[in-house]
Design a protein around this ligand. Sequence first.
Ligand code: FAD
Ligand code: SF4
Ligand code: SF4
Length: 469
Amino acid sequence: MAEYKKNMSLEKVPMPEQEPNVRNKNWQEVSLGYTLEMAQEEAKRCLNCKNHPCMNGCPVAVRIPEFIQQLIEGNLAEAYEIITSTNSLPAICGRVCPQENQCEKFCVRGIKGQPVGIGRLERFVADWHMQQPPEEACPAKKNGHKVAVIGAGPSGLTCASDLAKKGYEVTVFESLHVAGGVLMYGIPEFRLPKDLVQKEIERLCACGVEIKTNMVVGRVQTLDELMKEDGFEAVFIGSGAGLPRFMNIPGENLNGVYSANEFLTRANLMKAYKENSSTPIFVGRRIAVVGGGNVAMDAARVAKRLGAEEVYIVYRRSEEELPARAEEVHHAKEEGIQFKLLCNPLEIYGDDKGWVKGMKVVSMELGEADASGRRRPVEIPDSAHEMDIDSVIMAIGTSPNPLLRQTTPDLNTSNWGGIVVDEASMQTSKEGVYAGGDAVTGAATVILAMGAGKKAAASIDAYLQGKKD
Ligand code: FAD
Ligand code: SF4
Ligand code: SF4
């Protein structure tokens, strides 16, 4: 390895970004990505630690110091090989992984200063690879076994690709008209460009995965019919958690109240933001987004780009407890989103035509810690007041859609609707049926869903190889 001088700067090489007042009016990506020089400068902050603590924070154990060393030497193809040996969607993870709670949380450079920008470097290498001529697809020799995957989100796609590489004939059934799950319908273009998602999916499926879209399992065909009539010997369920939750307060069925899922789907998947789009979307002048996670930040920033004059995040705890990534909160603030913290909705009220006119809210303070260890928000007496708004977006969480459990009688689910699996193998209560991702855990992260898909693929392989024909 050639000698080089380590970069002992306490701070990451800054990420070039669009100006806040420019980007909050367009849909192009906010972060523009490193140049090669910037990426190598940041890579030189890595100390190549022998015990690589950063890897312990990555749910798919990307060999971080190894790929970073290859990047420093300019061996980008080798760096890419190392990353993709465990992470099949690196351009996506480099952008949306909550690195501050995962790989970067454990980086020793973070003890005194900022950690190495591992996500940014992963994104750089993946983006570089995307600009190279496509490689020849080399589908593996078929082994004669058929596997069905329900849902083309990150968990399903990862499971499908791992099995196809081993020679299984894999068919992915997806209810929407395009593959990608939340990556396509939830996370907005300015955070995760959709052509990039499609390119990563194409590369992932080049090993012989067939994707059948517009196919709702449980409606067109049941899971049991797929196994008994169509000859699928094993099934992976990666159907996500797309069912929105509401607060059950008065006024939630007024015109102008959305779930974040519906609002984001109209904007992202149905392209309501395009001038010639036929997708209707109502954007108020003053919008309240209820919730404090990534979904709430995305909905608020989309609403701003769609022309709302004032957008409020209404969250019942304080800034410290906001579940959204720190970077997303920072970007939202820069773009002019206003934060109404320690505040909880009581009622949405409307005009005589049934449209939202305002929201009654109450101020909160933090009390004793609850079972989750977080301080419980409690209402401050006599603090109810009104917000003058004309649209509300509810972003307070989602649950798994009940269709599969309703149409698959012997599939065990928990009281909140999550599919119950054996954590070591991801096997469900039904023989030959495995599950993972948000359908099992509830709303979580892309990389955890991918990790679950990978684990399930290994178990399905072991199950089918052990089965007598
Ligand atoms: P999904 O991505 O939900 O995919 C499930 C797929 O199954 C969908 O395409 C659905 O149409 C399909 N499906 C459902 N039922 C059926 C059926 N019966 N038949 C056929 N197909 C079916 N995570 C991060 O790591 N970082 C982020 O920044 C981040 N931001 C987010 C922002 C938003 C707005 C949202 C909603 C989520 C965000 N997440 C983020 C969470 C992350 O996207 C999810 O945890 C992840 O996508 C879960 O993957 P999955 O494969 O389990 O499910
Ligand atoms: Fe970090 Fe995510 Fe990449 Fe793992 S996959 S190294 S957690 S950015
Ligand atoms: Fe490099 Fe940080 Fe990992 Fe050490 S912990 S190898 S400095 S990325």
